[in-house]
Design a protein around this ligand. Sequence first.
Ligand code: WQD
Length: 347
Amino acid sequence: MSNHILLTGGAGYIGSHVALILLQAGYDITIIDNFYNSSPEAVSRVRKLTNREVSLIEADLADKANIDRIIDELKGKSLAGTVHLAGLKAVGESVEKPGFYYEKNLNSTLNLVEILNACDARTVVFSSSATVYGDRNKSPVDESGLTGPTNPYGMTKLFNEQILADQHHADNRWKVINLRYFNPVGAHPSGLIGEDPLGIPNNLFPFIAQVAVGRRDKLNVFGDDYDTRDGTGIRDYIHVMDLAEGHEAALSHALKSDAGFVRNINLGSGQGHSVLEVLKAWSHAVGRDLPYEIVPRRSGDIAEIFADASLARDLLGWQTQRSLKDMCADHWRWQSANPHGYGNETA
Ligand code: WQD
């Protein structure tokens, strides 16, 4: 049986770590990426870290005009499955440009379904997000939690879950696992690959990392008046290496199954940490206190969310192995070795 996997968005932050884990697990991979929010350098470094070849198709999966070329390039590879990560992921940008997010994130998945039917490869692990839960559930949240995204980005994740689920309902040969990530952070311990956000980082870890490396003056803590143990927001941070291993566990589970199915599965640590707790852990990793200021809340933020990840443990035999200390140490090693990411000096 073929062990060739299509990895959409495989040059990105999550994608490059998933690529590395799949290669180390013995899969062959083809990456599709348009490098809108990623770098070819990440693919080169994955090749270097694994000493494995990686096929690369530079294309925008959301553009229908690329479908035939992509099918032609994939036809000879007899794909075993797909890990679908390609998509825009900035919550704030999605609020400003909803049409852009719906067009890109939904068309990528609709085009991918057409491509995979043509390639007779109907096993997909999809990069979904805990943002589909919105603020409608008490934590820990399990997969039966109410969904209710509070921004267009989260809506595209929920719609994509539904597009893939309905594909299985229409054709039960489809095997679909929607992985609902909580907050991915950290980097490969080599410091060679990591998060390299475009422009000003939206997320906590990359912003703190840029404060620590001197690219930002201080961290703005978005509110300390939430109903939490120290008043700041609590989230379930998950090391990107744990997350990548979760993808391999999901893919292996799906490939082993004879029958089609659709499953939503949380990938989280099951533990929440506040902004101030994260800042303290970062200060320990960097070896000095990092400057911050308490500012008003960010609109759309919720007080607290963390995962019930028991389904991933029971069904996939997966759970997180790495601590908050590991997340900060590995993220810092990447950022201090690559102050401007993969060389995007202007960001
Ligand atoms: C975490 C906490 C902020 C930045 C989002 C998406 C989710 C996923 C991860 C893509 C919150 C606080 C943050 C800062 C701060 N994205 N914060 N100052 O909002 O939980 O999740 O990113 O896959 O889908 O919803 O992550 O890192 O932005 O915020 O105080 O400069 O840090 O208020 O409490 P979030 P985040």
